[in-house]
Design a protein around this ligand. Structure first.
Ligand code: GLY
Length: 381
């Protein structure tokens, strides 16, 4: 069986690797595999701290993937010979004012209703845990189960593991999906070459909704959601700056600081509906630094080494689209929005299973693309 995956980002690569391990012949079409939103992402595995009302079924998928991370990481590092930067460091979500604190209290109550572990701390207890926090921190939630990985190292390891598992990389742009009768039959590349496949997986992140040749009724309703992210460096040999991910809701915007073991400190992220724009703006950088400085004043001493913007693949319900579409032979693995890195293990396994057995695992069934069939038929051209 020959599987063709359009998109070599973290989702496409995880799908390719897991599917190749099940014995399928797999090719990934991407001009620059290993790129995409994961090159910008901070890599928080934040199933609990990023929980939102009404997203309980997504929570179950997020938790399933978070639980899989230690074994997935160990297997991937073994298969690739590369580290991935997975760090079981936990997360502290803090509040700077009364509104933030009320929001965190609500989140804490939601955690309890969902049976999730999080502990309420006073401001003093937060600062005892993370002494770099501002004196004004009013309280926080300690979530020991929300960890991190390094998405750049993760994608490099996935690339190597794919190569070792025999995945073929076609370093070109997929121009259009080709059909044979009523089935997806492969892709046509930018240079006109036609590649055939028994099954095609569209895993092109925010670009997934605009591949030519995909019939309108199965075109995924994904859109780009811009995130600007900064990278700072704690000069080495560094004293501990933060020991875990620290995050807050400041004036309604999420800000987070993710400290890597190697001294990198990732500061994110804006969330902007700006179409395909990936400009880093003075305003975006200003707001991130302003909010993070209120949280951890010492960051302004650190070298700012990188500013970058990426595009999250947003979907109408913020959840991914996984598995077969109404077009035989065409599967989706896209729409992961804020959770692409977190959901890579469970997505790779779910797609590998459905591609090789025809059965989508139980945990992935609520995320079938078919849930949008009505919306798609009704949407204007
Ligand atoms: N999950 C973090 C973000 O998308 O910014």
């Amino acid at each position: 069986m020959h599987v063709l995956i359009i998109g070599g980002g973290v989702i496409g690569l995880a799908t390719a690797w897991r599917t190749a391990l099940r014995g399928a012949r797999v090719a990934v079409v991407d001009p620059a595999p290993g790129g995409g939103a994961a090159q910008v992402a901070a890599g928080m595995l934040a199933a609990v701290t990023e929980l939102h009302y009404g997203e309980e079924s997504l929570l179950a998928l997020n938790l399933a993937s978070a639980r899989r991370y230690p074994a997935f990481t160990a297997e991937l590092e073994d298969a690739s010979g590369l580290g991935t930067g997975y760090r079981a460091c936990g997360t502290l979500a803090v509040a700077l004012d009364a509104d933030d604190r009320a929001h965190l209290r609500e989140l804490h109550a939601l955690h309890r209703r969902c049976g999730l572990e999080s502990a309420w701390l006073t401001g003093r207890e937060c600062r005892r845990l993370e002494p770099m926090l501002a004196p004004g921190v009013r309280g926080g939630l300690r979530v020991d189960g929300d960890h991190q990985t390094d998405p750049r190292r993760l994608t490099a390891a996935l690339l190597a593991a794919c190569e070792r598992a025999g995945v073929r990389f076609v370093r070109q742009r997929a121009e259009r999906l080709s059909l044979s009768g009523d089935r997806a039959a492969g892709v046509v590349l930018a240079d006109g070459t036609a590649l055939e496949a028994d099954q095609v997986v569209l895993a092109a992140g925010s670009e997934s909704g605009r591949l030519a040749g995909v019939p309108r009724e199965v075109l995924p309703p994904v859109r780009p959601v811009k995130g600007q992210v900064l990278r700072l460096r704690i000069p080495g040999p560094y004293a501990p700056f933060l020991s875990r991910t620290v995050r807050a809701l400041v004036r309604g915007g999420h800000v987070y600081l993710v400290p890597r073991a190697d001294g990198e400190l990732v500061l994110g992220a804006t969330s902007e509906e700006q179409g395909w724009d990936t400009t880093v703006t003075a305003g975006g950088v200003y707001e991130l630094l302003r909010d993070a400085h209120e949280l951890v004043p010492g960051i302004t001493e650190l070298p700012l080494v990188e500013t970058r913007a990426g595009l999250r693949p947003g979907s109408p319900d913020n959840a991914p689209l996984l598995g077969p579409t109404a077009l035989p032979g065409l599967h989706l693995a896209t729409g992961h929005h804020r959770n692409g890195v977190l959901l890579a293990p469970v997505t790779g396994d779910a797609l590998a299973q459905v591609l090789t057995t025809g059965e989508l695992p139980e945990e992935a069934r609520p995320f079938t693309p078919r849930r949008f069939d009505r919306t798609l038929q009704e949407s204007p051209v």
